[in-house]
Write a protein that binds this ligand. Structure first.
Ligand SMILES: Nc1ncnc2c1ncn2[C@@H]1O[C@H](COP(=O)(O)OP(=O)(O)O)[C@@H](O)[C@H]1O
Ligand SMILES: [Mg+2]
Length: 210
C-alpha cells in the first residue's frame, strides 16, 4: 500500500508552494488519475511519490516504510523492482536499441534472455513488437513513450507512476496504453498517472485534482 502523508513542496526559485499538505492513500487495484492545469504540481507530486524529489514536509510510505529514510541502496532496490516511474519526457539511451533500453537497467543479476522474452511479450501487447531492434531516433514520440513504459513495467512493480503517459499521442495509441494500464491496475497493482485525458479519468478509480 502507498500512503502519502501531509506532503508539501516549495520551490525557492519562484517561492510558490506547489504541494500544500497533501494526503493520499492508494490500495492495490487502484488507478489514480492526477489532473490539473499546467504548472499545478502534477509532475512534482509524481516525482515526490516515486522517491526522486524529497518533499519539504511530510512522508511517503510504501507498506509502512518511509521512502525518504531509506539508504541509497535500499531506494535503488525499490526503484528496481517495486516502483516503476515514467517521467514526462521520453528519456532513452540513444546508442541502445529498444530492447537494450528496456532490459539494461535490470540485467545485472537477472537472466538477460528471460528479461528479453518478457519484454518481447509486452512489446507485442503494446503493438510495437517489430521495433525491438530499432534505435530511439527511429521511433515516433508515441512509440518512445511505450518503450519508456515497458522499461518501467518490466519487473512487474507494485506501483507504476506515469507522468502524462498519453499526452501528445493519437487516440488509438493512447487507448492501447490506457487499456494496458487499466489491466495492470486490475491485476492488483497501483497506478498513479498525471493526465489531461478524459479517457483516463473514466478508467480511474480515483481522481485527484491539483
Ligand atoms: N525544479 C524546480 N525549480 C523551481 N520551480 C519548479 C521546479 N520544478 C517545478 N517548478 C514549478 O513548480 C510548479 C509545478 O510544476 P509541475 O509539477 O511541473 O507542474 P505540472 O506537471 O502540473 O505542469 C510550476 O510553477 C513550476 O514552474
Ligand atoms: Mg508535468
Amino acid at each position: 500500500m502507498l500512503r502519502v502523508e501531509e506532503i508539501s513542496k516549495r520551490f525557492k526559485k519562484n517561492g510558490r508552494t506547489v504541494l500544500d499538505h497533501l494526503d493520499l492513500s492508494l490500495e492495490k487495484g487502484e488507478f489514480c488519475a492526477v489532473m490539473g492545469g499546467s504548472g499545478s504540481g502534477k509532475s512534482t507530486l509524481l516525482a515526490v511519490v516515486a522517491g526522486f524529489l524529497k518533499p519539504d514536509e511530510g512522508h511517503v510510505f510504501l507498506d509502512g516504510k518511509d521512502l525518504y529514510v531509506l539508504s541509497d541502496k535500499e531506494l535503488s532496490s525499490v526503484h528496481r523492482s517495486r516502483i516503476g516511474y515514467v517521467p514526462q519526457s521520453n528519456i532513452l539511451l540513444k546508442n541502445y536499441t529498444v530492447m537494450e533500453n528496456i532490459v539494461s537497467p535490470y540485467t545485472d543479476g537477472e537472466k538477460e534472455q528471460v528479461l528479453k522474452e518478457k519484454a518481447a511479450v509486452i512489446l507485442s501487447e503494446m503493438g510495437i513488437a517489430d521495433l525491438a531492434d530499432r534505435f530511439p531516433y527511429e521511433l515516433s514520440g508515441g512509440e518512445q513513450k511505450r518503450v519508456c513504459l515497458i522499461r518501467a513495467l518490466l519487473m512487474d512493480p507494485e506501483i507504476l507512476i506515469a507522468d502524462e503517459p498519453t499526452t501528445g499521442l493519437d487516440a488509438v495509441t493512447g487507448d492501447i496504453i490506457l487499456r494496458f494500464l487499466d489491466t495492470y491496475a486490475k491485476s492488483g497493482k497501483i497506478i498513479l498517472a498525471a493526465t489531461h485525458d478524459e479517457h483516463s479519468k473514466a478508467l480511474a478509480t480515483r481522481v485527484l485534482t491539483l
